[in-house]
Design a protein around this ligand. Structure first.
Ligand code: DUC
Ligand code: ZN
Ligand code: ZN
Length: 470
């Protein structure tokens, strides 16, 4: 057979960030080469039967095999993490090459490549984490790495081993401005958290649920406001990550109303969990849902939904930070139940991010399909310099596609493909799940996982394209 295409996806109801329409998708060499009605034959054909087809998800905030202080260790590496991503409709992940204090940024990147090499089932890029902005880092390493395709970095306002002071943040933001990078900010006030934590400890309040008491919205509000002020001073856009509720949202709206380019990310845990998931009593079970910022309450979930709908949020990421509940390396470091201060922060979410938002956002009538695509794929690709190769269904783009299937499904950790021993969403009902995930034209998920270990490519990123270049 003299086929025009390697693959044709027929009768697709294509959803992009701007429109929905019916067409066939022709794929050759892993790329979309034609979109239209009644395309010629493909070597392989998939009949989408009028189902919704979206771009593969871009999860622009996840942690995989990130070095931790022993005995803590992440449960997912690039093998299990990208496996889980593929089965949940995500075809690009952007985890973090984290600089330890005293380490060169280059060494952190080299180490992280070593961790990823030969393991990924889908494509990946790296953000940097800058924790030690020495003159060498600011003047040489960071600018060179940005030029080489590491065009985004995260900075922390909390966590002793990562946090920067305001002067350091200004220095790092200046590099982002000069070299056209995206600065992501973890906005929580470290000193307030420490002060509150000590008081809780002195009162014997160390159970998991007190994690949320040590990180009230005020500490996120103050740091968000400060981050916005610092970005204004330097005159550079920033993206506030994992925004949890009303108070940070108000600060971002304030910044935007003053003409500042403040972008924002939120995550499933702020839509589907509340502080009550950290425990109503002193049970240790709540350790599973410890993450920072902590989940808030139902009224704050509504604020986050509104922000997703009205454009306050630019991207929707998982903040997948995979720690087992049982064992010695995760939520019980050394095998012991620990005071909340010592419980690793983070919950798994790579595989459930897209289906949760599709189910409750799109099929729940809260956001449009176009908005879903924008938040889960197109905008993250733009924010981190991967668009239009990723995050779009267009000629020339990679054939990273998800064909959706509507129907009830219950989340069970036993059915997920990460290496974590729990999901915070156990038992939750979904209204849709990816039927097929294609990564550069190859089926990685069709109800069964089809391994492509080592086929996932490292992606060099362009500067962000969310705002015009200077
Ligand atoms: N918070 C973070 O800042 N990173 C990883 C997970 C978390 O809860
Ligand atoms: Zn963070
Ligand atoms: Zn994170």
């Amino acid at each position: 057979m003299n086929a025009a295409f390697d693959l044709v996806v027929r009768h697709a109801r294509i959803a992009t960030a701007s429109e929905c329409y019916a067409a066939d998708i022709g794929v050759r060499g892993g790329q979309i080469v034609q979109i239209g009605a009644q395309l010629g034959a493909g070597m392989r054909e998939i009949d989408a039967q009028g189902r919704v087809v979206t771009p593969g998800g871009v999860d622009a905030h996840c942690h995989l095999d990130q070095p931790m202080a022993p005995p803590v260790r992440m449960a997912d590496d690039f093998d299990t993490g990208t496996r889980s991503a593929a089965c949940g409709g995500t075809t690009t992940v952007i985890p973090f090459a984290a600089q330890a204090k005293g380490q060169s940024l280059r060494a952190a990147v080299a180490d992280y490549h070593h961790r990823a090499d030969g393991k990924a089932h889908v494509d990946y890029a790296f953000h940097l984490i800058v924790s030690d902005p020495t003159p060498e880092v600011l003047q040489h390493e960071l600018p060179q790495l940005i030029a080489e395709g590491y065009t985004s970095f995260k900075i922390y306002m909390t966590y002793d081993d990562l946090k920067l002071d305001d002067g350091q943040i200004l220095d790092v933001l200046s590099v982002a401005r000069e070299h056209g990078a995206m600065a992501m900010v973890h906005a929580e006030n470290a000193d307030c958290i420490e002060w509150l934590t000590k008081r809780l400890e002195a009162a014997g309040r160390t159970a998991p649920r007190f994690h949320a008491h040590a990180r009230p919205m005020l500490v996120e509000r103050e740091a968000t406001h400060r981050a916005i002020a610092l970005s204004e001073l330097v005159d550079v856009p920033i993206l506030i990550v994992h925004v949890s509720g009303r108070e940070a949202v108000e600060q971002i709206r304030w910044g935007r109303a003053h003409g500042l380019q403040i972008f924002a990310e939120t995550c499933p845990q702020y839509l589907f969990l509340t502080a009550e998931d950290l425990g109503l009593d002193d049970s240790y079970q709540g350790a599973r849902c410890i993450c920072s910022p902590p989940p808030r309450d139902a009224s704050n979930q509504d604020v986050i939904w509104n922000g997703l709908r009205d454009g306050l949020f630019t991207v929707f990421s998982s903040d997948h930070a995979p720690f087992n509940f049982d064992g010695t390396e995760g939520k019980k470091p050394g095998g012991q139940e620990q005071p909340f201060r010592h419980i690793p922060n983070g919950i798994p979410g790579l595989e459930t991010r897209m289906p949760l938002l599709y189910s409750e956002g799109v099929l729940g009538g809260r956001i449009t399909l176009e908005k879903f695509v924008e938040l889960t794929a197109t905008n993250p690709a733009k924010a981190y310099g991967l668009h239009p190769r990723k995050g779009s269904i267009s000629v020339g783009a990679d054939a990273d596609l998800v064909i959706w299937e509507e129907g009830e499904r219950v989340i069970r950790n036993a059915d997920l493909h990460h290496a974590v021993d729990h999901t915070p969403y156990e038992g939750r009902r979904l209204r849709a799940w990816p039927a097929i995930t294609l990564s550069r034209g190859e089926v990685v998920w069709d109800g069964q996982f089809h391994p492509r270990r080592g086929q996932g490519q490292f992606l060099h990123c362009q500067p962000p394209s969310l705002w015009p270049r200077r």
